[in-house]
Design a protein around this ligand. Structure first.
Ligand SMILES: CC(C)(COP(=O)(O)OP(=O)(O)OC[C@H]1O[C@@H](n2cnc3c(N)ncnc32)[C@H](O)[C@@H]1OP(=O)(O)O)[C@@H](O)C(=O)NCCC(=O)NCCS
Length: 144
């Protein structure tokens, strides 16, 4: 039997799964886009914190979003992110969301840009150029 393996740094990792609840629905009875975007932004925040080792990161830019299919109450959706570019103070990601029940793609976002900030809210150079698959970049300040 083949064991599941950790994705390599060039692959999207689908780490988060969401169950579509009644409060996540729009007037059409399908998944509300705002709920989905909130989930993606949260997921991207956590991913960026791990990659850049800084808890103070903000969303700077999100490219075109084309909702190609949807989900219904009770469906399960999964979200994946991959870092595509490390800038001086920024990191760019690609996002994919798919419906685990229908196997259909719900959306793809080519570019989500986050910026690392210092304590004054100014862009802070992060010094990283590649993806970490571990937790080695967690800054001591984030630990309790
Ligand atoms: C994030 C913020 C401090 C950046 O300020 P800024 O004056 O644009 O800073 P810079 O020009 O130095 O750019 C910082 C980085 O963002 C990138 N950037 C700036 N504008 C961008 C855009 N429109 N698209 C993609 N990247 C952009 C720059 O290329 C730079 O990346 P690099 O250092 O890796 O090269 C400022 O725009 C801000 O506070 N925005 C609000 C963020 C926020 O609150 N988001 C939550 C949602 S409201």
């Amino acid at each position: 039997m083949t064991q599941p393996t950790e994705p390599t740094e060039s692959e999207i990792s689908f780490r988060t799964r969401k169950w579509v609840r009644p409060e996540d629905l729009n007037a059409n009875g399908t998944l509300f886009g705002g709920s989905l975007l909130k989930w993606i932004d949260e997921e991207a925040t956590i991913y960026t914190i791990f990659q850049l080792g800084n808890g103070r990161v903000v969303t700077k830019f999100i490219s075109e979003i084309n909702f190609v299919s949807s989900a219904r109450q009770g469906d399960l959706v999964e979200m994946g992110l991959r870092a595509t570019e490390f800038g001086r103070t920024s990191m760019t990601m690609r996002a994919q969301v798919r419906n685990m029940i229908t196997h259909a793609s719900i959306l793809t976002i080519e570019r989500i840009v986050f910026v690392s900030l210092d304590e004054y809210g100014r862009p802070l150079p992060h010094g990283f150029t590649d993806v970490t698959l571990g937790r080695d970049r967690i800054h001591p300040d984030l630990l309790h």
